[in-house]
Design a protein around this ligand. Structure first.
Ligand code: KG4
Ligand code: ZN
Length: 336
């Protein structure tokens, strides 16, 4: 089965083609047309600029992806696209285009949850389907701890009750006068600073939930008290990053103990961060847990993770109707 998927949930236009009948499938092509430069001037994503650029870029991107895979469009067996969560006007562009391709060709269509794409991405090159485990997903919009029992069988163990981890990185970077997106900027500065220079709070709300907005406020108050904040940027970045990663690691390990899993996976944009990867890697090793991070290339938004999630579902016989609508607030686990 050969599948083409489109991802347009935020500011990256992405297309990917995956082929295979057994694990692991082969990723034939995965292309991303990033709009980060267009949005940087505004310090964040501007929805209308994003959707207009998806509309402009998607058609050539699909042609380039087919060329990179050395395939014609009639050799695609199914089409998939991100349904949500994300920006409504951006989601509509990729979702509508994939539905149009399925309609014109009479091939199946599958609507994919973006967070499930992140969740499954560490297993794209695995020889077997994702086993039961605990997944930590840290992206710009979500921080989630998920007990994965099987494909599509997920239980939320913990979530951010205010800012997501990536959102906290972006907001704190802005306070520090760093460009958007803030995560990579803070990672670049942190090794030049002292992580214990500022003892920022490690907030641990109930259950296994996360809260990062108090930490952001603590950075703001600290900045306001400093005579010359620019002299402390690296220390602030290092101390902030250490506080976020301490909480992510300790909560993940506690949740792994509680759920009784022996494997922890890591995905989402913040999982690009080498300090987080190595902190969670060694915390898992100390607790005799296996650790499976997604490769840095698949951490931030891409269509490879969407096409892989589609492949896993299509193999189970799942199909979406062409009347399926996007859902900007789509949940990974429907509220009961
Ligand atoms: O998963 P993603 O690409 O998009 C969403 O689905 O939200 O995540 C983007 C987030 C941004 O907040 C960005 O600042 C953060 O991931 N990020 C990082 C790093 N690279 C990207 N955060 C910390 N360290 C990084 N190296
Ligand atoms: Zn994402």
């Amino acid at each position: 089965m050969t599948i083409l998927a489109l991802e347009t949930s935020c500011d990256e236009s992405a297309a990917a083609i995956l082929r295979g009948d057994t694990h692991p499938p082969t990723l034939l092509a995965s292309l991303i047309s990033s709009q980060i430069d267009l949005h940087r001037a505004y310090g964040g994503v501007v929805p209308e600029i994003a959707s207009r650029n998806h509309a402009l870029r998607l058609h050539p991107l699909v042609e380039q992806t087919l060329a990179a895979a050395d395939l014609r469009i009639d050799q695609i067996d199914a089409f998939a696209a991100t349904r949500g969560p994300g920006l409504a006007s951006s989601l509509l562009v990729g979702h509508s285009m994939a539905k149009a391709l399925a309609l014109a060709s009479g091939k199946p269509f599958l609507s994919v949850n973006h967070m499930e794409g992140h969740l499954l991405s560490p297993f794209l090159d695995s020889n077997s389907p994702p086993p039961p485990h605990l997944a930590l997903i840290v992206s710009g919009g979500h921080t989630l701890l998920i007990h994965v029992r099987g494909i599509g069988n997920y239980a939320v163990v913990g979530r951010s009750i205010d800012d997501a981890a990536g959102e906290a990185f972006d907001k704190v970077a802005r306070l520090l006068g760093l460009p958007y997106p803030g995560g990579p900027e803070i990672e670049r500065l942190a090794p030049h600073g002292d992580p214990s220079a500022f003892p920022f709070p490690r907030s641990t709300p109930g259950n296994f939930d996360f809260s990062f907005s108090g930490l952001k406020t603590a950075v703001l108050y600290t900045l306001q008290k400093l005579d010359d904040p620019t002299r402390h940027t690296a220390d602030l970045a290092a101390s902030f990053q250490a506080a976020v990663f301490d909480v992510l690691c300790s909560r993940t390990l506690a949740a792994a103990r509680e759920t009784g899993v022996n494997l922890v996976s890591l995905s989402g944009g913040v999982s690009c961060n080498k300090a987080l990867r190595s902190a969670l890697q060694s915390a898992c090793a100390d607790a005799a847990l296996d650790f499976r991070p997604c490769t840095p290339a698949l951490s931030t938004d891409n269509a490879a993770m969407i096409v892989f999630a589609a492949w896993l579902h299509l193999r189970q016989g799942h199909r979406s109707l062409l009347t399926e609508d996007i859902d900007p607030n789509l949940l990974l686990v429907p509220a009961t």
